[in-house]
Design a protein around this ligand. Sequence first.
Ligand code: TXA
Ligand code: MG
Length: 330
Amino acid sequence: MRTRLLEPTAAGLAEAGRLLRGGGLVAFPTETVYGLGADARGTEAVGRVFAAKGRPQDNPLIVHVADVDELAGVVASLTPLARRLAERFWPGPLTVVLDAHPDLPRATTAGLDSVAVRVPAHPVALALLTEAGVPVAAPSANRSGRPSPTSAAHVLADLDGRIEAVVDGGGCRVGVESTVVDARGDTPVVLREGGVTREDLELGPLAGPADGSGAVDGGRVGTDLAASPGTRHHHYRPSCRVLLAPPGEGPQVAARLEAAGERVGLVARDASPPGVLEVGRFEHPSQLAALLYGALRDAEAAGVDVVVVESVPEVGVGRAVMDRLRRAAA
Ligand code: TXA
Ligand code: MG
């Protein structure tokens, strides 16, 4: 199969929508990472997503829609908590787990009776979802276990010849995946750290009835990072080793490895020492989030033995970054 590169023009999006409605696989940009889309209501199309990625069958997909009203037929119902989260964070990098609609194929949910849903904030994603007119199941558009793609080139590096098309929407603003929250109860439970920070979630009256009455319990947010099926599998790994350095110590750690005869890449706040390949430079943790997956892929493509990445504090988007880094380095 030849994978087509589509521009995000009216004609390109119309073609991408046609492909999706016809059961094809189309990768597209979101504000977090590129997704590999298929019609969420098509058992066969969804099965092809698992095959193209080499994804374990027990890891469910996120269903993307352009608007909360399009969740009819995807979720059984929206809980009051889900309504509040949707009002506050959609479109945006938040995924909400709810009871699945009985008609939604269990291929999409990996056999679960729950389903993960989100409205992405990227204009190209929203235009494509509107054009397609079907709910779109989309995991990150990488081969399973690899760093997520934040450009169309990353998607092609992993999936060229395995999918119908990729819509090129440039780079991804956030760079790490959405935050996954179980919203079936009264209190949000974080299943995966991501683009919506813990601080964002804790900031408002999220618990309580949708009309706001009695919503005095705003700060309560639970965590169950082991409950997400995806955490059972290895993730985000390039073909070179990934090593975490303490804050500010990236260049020293990289220089030591280089002196010991290794080919070394570095992602840090400061410049790389001589002989070390600089694959990323950041000031703020959000910049590290945006460049991290691309840097891991660049380091791998440059043929280094090890890429050293400097740690950031575990606040804000730093939590998601450190979660991904630990998994990449595991
Ligand atoms: O930002 C994102 O979320 C990107 C873009 C493309 O939207 N998508 C993404 O999908 O990261 P994926 O498949 O790489 O990760 C989906 C995560 C996995 O950890 C999966 O286990 C979890 O969501 N998940 C999906 N359905 C679930 C469910 N019913 N219950 C609990 N976790 C679920
Ligand atoms: Mg993924």
